[in-house]
Ligand binder design. Structure first.
Ligand SMILES: Nc1nc2c(ncn2[C@@H]2O[C@H](COP(=O)(O)OP(=O)(O)O)[C@@H](O)[C@H]2O)c(=O)[nH]1
Ligand SMILES: [Mg+2]
Length: 242
């Protein structure tokens, strides 16, 4: 086992920095204390699924974030942890189970924001899932942030590098504006062999930065410990300005 302090050390203290940023920005805008994550993420519910480009639902235009990553990187598990549920998002030890974009509204009606779970990419992915994801990312007006997940136990592979390059290309639109931001998350940090945590995380962080310098510094998570889930909640709230 390894200590939480060691992990905090390698995150550059991102959780506390985020909390501080939130306090400072709420003071700057004069709006007073922001909402509590527990109330924002309460009452999550399935809203719609899209297996084709034509099927992408309009919904009410609430801010959205989407999660991507290789199959099995922990996407659905992390969203379950964020909303405090065990099985709202379908998890599986077998890759390739999510075949559609799944939209979940979060918060009491009409909801604060929408979480979008996506099929994994990689050797077991399918070209039509990639087209669906690409179309959504290129056209969705309410998209605020993309979360790209990396399993702490793996090195980046050609699919990860391809996705980071693809998303980097989309970070600036034809008018030179940035329609959304890109945030990396290193998942399953509990599964790094003891004593190798700092090296493994440092290497992944360096490789992500090399591939996509505009991608934000990875957050670290484990849903089994659990670790880092609050920081992800705060991060989503910042992205959606909730
Ligand atoms: N040890 C560990 N296992 C995890 C963690 N997150 C997810 N898993 C497991 O990894 C597998 C794939 O998770 P899932 O969320 O379905 O991945 P997805 O395909 O990216 O949506 C499941 O067996 C999960 O129980 C974590 O933080 N630590
Ligand atoms: Mg999944």
């Amino acid at each position: 086992m390894f200590g939480l302090n060691e992990l905090r050390c390698v995150t550059y203290g991102s959780a506390s920095r985020l909390a501080r940023t939130r306090v400072m920005s709420s003071m700057a805008s004069g709006v007073g204390p922001t909402r509590k994550p527990a109330s924002v993420f309460a009452n999550a519910q399935f809203a719609a699924a899209a297996g084709t480009i034509q099927g992408i639902p309009k919904l009410a235009g609430k801010p959205e974030v989407i999660i991507t990553g290789r199959a099995n990187s922990g996407k659905s598990s992390l969203f379950n942890a964020v909303v405090g549920r065990k099985d709202l998002f379908h998890t599986s030890s077998k890759p390739g189970r999510t075949r559609e974009l799944n939209f979940y509204s979060v918060g009491h009606d009409p909801g604060h924001l929408v979480l979008v779970d996506a099929p994994g990419y990689g050797a077991r992915g399918r070209p039509e899932w990639g087209e669906l994801f690409d179309h959504y990312v290129s056209t969705r007006k309410q998209l605020r942030r993309i979360y790209i997940l990396f399993n702490a136990k793996h090195h980046l592979n050609e699919y990860d590098l391809g996705m980071l390059a693809n998303l980097s290309d989309k970070l600036l639109n034809s008018e030179g504006k940035q329609p959304f931001t890109l945030q990396a998350i290193i998942t399953k940090v509990d599964s790094i062999p003891s004593g190798k945590e700092a090296d493994a995380i440092r290497k992944l962080r360096k490789d992500i930065f090399k591939a996509a310098p505009l991608c934000m510094m990875p957050l670290l998570t484990s849903v089994t410990m659990p670790f880092g889930v609050d920081a992800v909640r705060e991060n989503i709230m910042d992205a959606c300005m909730v």
